[in-house]
Design a protein around this ligand. Sequence first.
Ligand code: SF4
Length: 140
Amino acid sequence: MIGCSACLLGVACRYDGASKPDNKIIEFSKKEELFRFCPEQLGGLPTPRPRSEIRGDIVINEHGEDITAFLEKGSEKVLELLLQRNIKKVILKQNSPSCGCGNVYDGTFTGKLIPGNGITTELLKRNGIKVVSEKELFQE
Ligand code: SF4
């Protein structure tokens, strides 16, 4: 079993109340069992919710509120769920402050990407779980 950001599978869990279905991932899920999760919902944030970005060591939303604790709680919950299921690999939605892998927005809410990982990605990688973005999955 492989873990996967729920929004890629069509779950409407994004900040704007929408999903981000990826047809290749949905096709892939017909052959491989995918365990879906949304770290931000698991961390206790509502949907919809204000947009958020990583700024330095914290995560702020577009109203300037520090929501780091919610994303950290969600990442810990994801790690717990993956370990319970012995899942060693996950596909995470690129650029998100939780799920981003390799690039995240720079904290200015201007659409600028910088190198970095989301909060969940960092925690999973530190715990030996392989993380790929939805784009990288098919380049392996
Ligand atoms: S936290 Fe991850 S799973 Fe949830 S909406 Fe954002 S990118 Fe998708």
